[in-house]
Ligand binder design. Sequence first.
Ligand SMILES: NC(=O)c1ccc[n+]([C@@H]2O[C@H](COP(=O)([O-])OP(=O)(O)OC[C@H]3O[C@@H](n4cnc5c(N)ncnc54)[C@H](O)[C@@H]3O)[C@@H](O)[C@H]2O)c1
Length: 315
Amino acid sequence: MAKKIVTGAGGFIGSHLTDTLLQQGHEVIGIDEFNDYYDTNLKRKNIAHLQDHPQFELIEAEIQTLDWHKLLADVDVVYHQAAQAGVRASWGQGFRMYTERNINATQVILEAAKDAKNLQRFVFASTSSVYGDAETLPTHEGICPAPVSPYGITKLAAERLCMLYHKNFGVPFVSLRYFTVYGPRQRPDMAFHKFFKAVLDNQAIPIYGDGEQTRDFTFVSDAVAANLAAANAPDAVGEIFNIGGGSRVVLSQVLQTMEEIVGQPIQRNHIGKAMGDARHTAADISKAQKLLGWQPQISLRDGLTQEWEWIQRLY
Ligand SMILES: NC(=O)c1ccc[n+]([C@@H]2O[C@H](COP(=O)([O-])OP(=O)(O)OC[C@H]3O[C@@H](n4cnc5c(N)ncnc54)[C@H](O)[C@@H]3O)[C@@H](O)[C@H]2O)c1
């Protein structure tokens, strides 16, 4: 059986995807450089249990330093999750990391992918950030992207690059535009992780802006399921899909649910609006439902409960 590659295998989404692929009996090559965008111990913990797994090989390296022609010889699916994530750090000097890790790294894999005879799918982790402040909510994939952050610009450039390699060289690319993913192992720079940690530390949680922004939150196992569907659905090649949790929620409502889960009031500390954050996001997921046969399964309350349980174990 051909192998699968997961880039960013030590990260939040990549580690869950790796777990699921191994559970399904696949051989997986995980690639991660364990960069210090956030505590590398967290990334190592995410996959520590896989250290001696007979079907798992970890390559600890930066994507652009690897021989991708050799790597792809025996691989039928690449799940390209590695990236420099995060909207706020993408301004200023930080931008260089975004162009390297999001655009240049993707281009290196694509160059090899065009000659890879066994490659059946190249699944690209894209983002709702490509839409920026979309005028149409829920937003469908046909809306013209207009990122409001440098991060979104680099992810859109990488997604467009994938499309170019698909059109010119037949690279079997599929793009998944995730809408705010959450759950156990969520990155420490992301809101729910910060919120739950603040509750543990008895501190007020930081709220950017007025708290009335809305998001479409996606539980991580639903994002994983979308990846598997994207790798297998016959009509997915060359297509872009929104992957969202299925409902649009106001941040202040989320906080109410969180208070019920943690069983105590949560103090709020309102700070200025973060530059680069879209005010509202909402996914029209009808295309993924139709072509991928995919449907989010986990409610916000259940997903938040799982994340809270994980945070308590972690700290
Ligand atoms: N988490 C979300 O809500 C969300 C939303 C939209 C899109 N995405 C996308 O999903 C993907 C995964 O996000 P995440 O939240 O799991 O992030 P993450 O930071 O937890 O994981 C990314 C991993 O990739 C590794 N990495 C980055 N650049 C690399 C390189 N050049 N070579 C080798 N390893 C490298 C990092 O060390 C990290 O472990 C990213 O592509 C991100 O843009 C995430």
